[in-house]
Ligand binder design. Structure first.
Ligand code: UN1
Length: 510
């Protein structure tokens, strides 16, 4: 009885959050909402968020449309000034945003702090573009004629982001979209709505005009799909699974939208026989189990030279067994939970597949943790498979969890083939002391990111981020390259000769 009463009290005191549309914090059109739960302790309800639908999306797009002209005409350096203010606000609130992120997403606070920091870095770096946004001039082929090229905003952008980097990934899309003069509708991962809300609320505090940034909470089918299908949305920028991305691209083709996709990975670290094995083990631990392996860039394959294979595996397994799994809010925790029930089942499913697959050996881990407080969350033991053949499913498919596969090899060319022969091409790494091998690998690895003597994770915001093959569709986020997503080129010709000059026809005699 007392228990029921307590539960009721907890329910009524649950905080309610809203959508942000046209500068107003509003309920969903349907009045429906969903709970945001802590994946480390599902009895901890972070809040109720609007379960939005097409009507909310339409309102948000309308608001973005109404704000578009004024924002586009605001000089880029002025747009950027507001973004610098946003950077200050994010910095001032970093500790709170970090704790709230860990609570809703599960990653340990050090990493959540890194996520918020990445948003801060992205904001400062990209805001600097307000005084660049470089175009170019080039000579015209006629006398007394001027040729130049400028960037123009694309219009209304729909941004769809995943759970694993709850603030960094929205910022990678939002900040460049804004500095380039676009207005946006953001739909963040439904498991992590608070971090996106913190970012958007900070935009409001920074003074970004009403309607320029809109936030619609909810699920893919109810919010993502109408956003992708909306005729007034010019661009969709999506980070998530390859299957969803492919589907979005097909939908976008119907309305000729620009579409930028950042999807799966099956990243690998090569460990050569001359590598500093201790360092390679530390890198592998961080790359494979950081964020509980829930990174597109996770080191889910460790491709190890036979000469150091035994030593590497022993050291790795010894270290993995020591990793402290737990609630990310506790200082001693090294590996947090995975995001939700479905993710946990998928990961455990892959562990089962790995155990059934020929030859692969489960060297450590392999189970859900259920003792004591673990039972309240989605905890999986850090898991290592050794003797994995490159063609096995666990060696080919994205698992997105704390599971890595060790694959032996004999020559560098063989290792490079193993790394390249997967559907994805996001990140790769090589540990070696030999500069020739390092450069050869940098040349041959067909991935968008490649590390030498470091794991596959940890991209910095001023370099392009993205991958080849099923990882993307040719675009790059971050760096200055992201500007090519959020602007369209306009070629301008000015003829000041005072007469008709026909290109390609009125050839200048020399
Ligand atoms: C992702 O996993 O989608 O490079 C992004 C990294 C991070 C970003 C990862 N800075 O691992």
């Amino acid at each position: 009885m007392v228990k029921a009463k307590e539960a009721k009290k907890a329910k009524t005191s649950t905080k309610t959050f809203h959508n942000y549309i046209g500068g107003e914090w509003t309920k969903s059109a349907s009045g429906e909402s969903f709970e945001n739960l802590n994946p480390a302790d599902t009895t901890d309800v972070i809040g109720r968020f609007p379960a939005s639908n097409e009507e909310d999306v339409n309102r948000a797009v309308e608001a973005a449309k109404n704000a578009a002209t004024k924002w586009r005409r605001t000089p880029a350096p002025k747009r950027a000034e507001i973004l610098f203010r946003l950077g200050e606000i994010l910095r001032a609130n970093k500790d709170r945003f970090t704790r709230e992120m860990t609570r809703e997403m599960g990653k340990v606070t050090k990493e959540a702090g890194g996520d918020v920091q990445e948003a801060i870095d992205c904001t400062y770096y990209t805001a600097g573009e307000g005084r660049r946004l470089h175009g170019f001039t080039t000579p015209a082929e006629m006398p007394n004629k001027f040729a130049m090229c400028v960037r123009q905003p694309v219009g209304i952008c729909g941004l769809i982001t995943p759970f694993n980097f709850p603030m960094a990934i929205p910022s990678w899309k939002l900040i460049p979209a804004l500095v380039c003069g676009n207005t946006v509708v953001l739909k963040s991962g439904e498991d992590v709505p608070l971090s996106a809300l913190n970012l958007v609320k900070s935009c409001e505090e920074a003074g970004i005009p009403k309607g320029v940034v809109n936030l619609v909470n909810g699920h893919g089918a109810e919010v993502g799909a109408p956003l992708v299908g909306h005729k007034d949305v010019r661009l969709i920028s999506f980070t998530g699974s390859t299957d969803t991305g492919r589907n979005i691209a097909e939908q976008c083709a119907q309305t000729n939208k620009i579409v930028s996709l950042e999807m799966g990975g099956k990243n690998a670290i090569i460990v050569m026989d001359d590598a500093d094995v201790e360092n390679a083990v530390e890198g592998s631990l961080w790359g494979a189990f950081g964020t509980s392996g829930q990174r597109c860039t996770a080191s889910s394959r460790l491709v190890v030279h036979r000469k150091v294979y035994k030593k590497f595996c022993e050291k790795l397994v010894e270290r993995v067994k020591q990793l402290k799994v737990g609630n990310g809010l506790e200082a001693k925790t090294e590996v947090g939970p995975v995001i939700n029930q479905a993710a946990m089942e998928k990961i455990l499913g892959y562990i089962e597949i790995g155990q059934k697959e020929d030859k692969a050996k489960l060297a450590c881990g392999g189970n859900r943790l259920t003792r004591g407080d673990y039972a309240k969350g989605y905890f999986i033991e850090p898991t290592v498979f050794t003797d994995v053949a490159p063609t096995m499913r666990i060696g080919q498919e994205e698992i997105f969890g704390p599971v890595t596969s060790v694959i032996p090899f004999s020559t560098l060319d063989e290792a490079i083939d193993i790394v390249n022969n997967v559907p994805y091409g996001l990140s790769s790494a090589i540990y070696t002391q030999d500069v020739n091998q390092a450069f050869y690998a940098m040349q041959e690895l067909y991935t968008g990111i490649c590390y030498v003597n470091s794991a596959t994770i940890g991209a910095e915001v001023h370099l392009p981020f993205g991958g080849t093959k099923a990882t993307g569709n040719g675009h790059r986020e971050a760096g200055t390259q992201v500007l090519d997503i959020f602007t369209e080129w306009k070629s301008l010709y000015v003829d000041y000769s005072g007469k008709l000059q026909r290109a390609q026809i009125d050839l200048v005699e020399i």
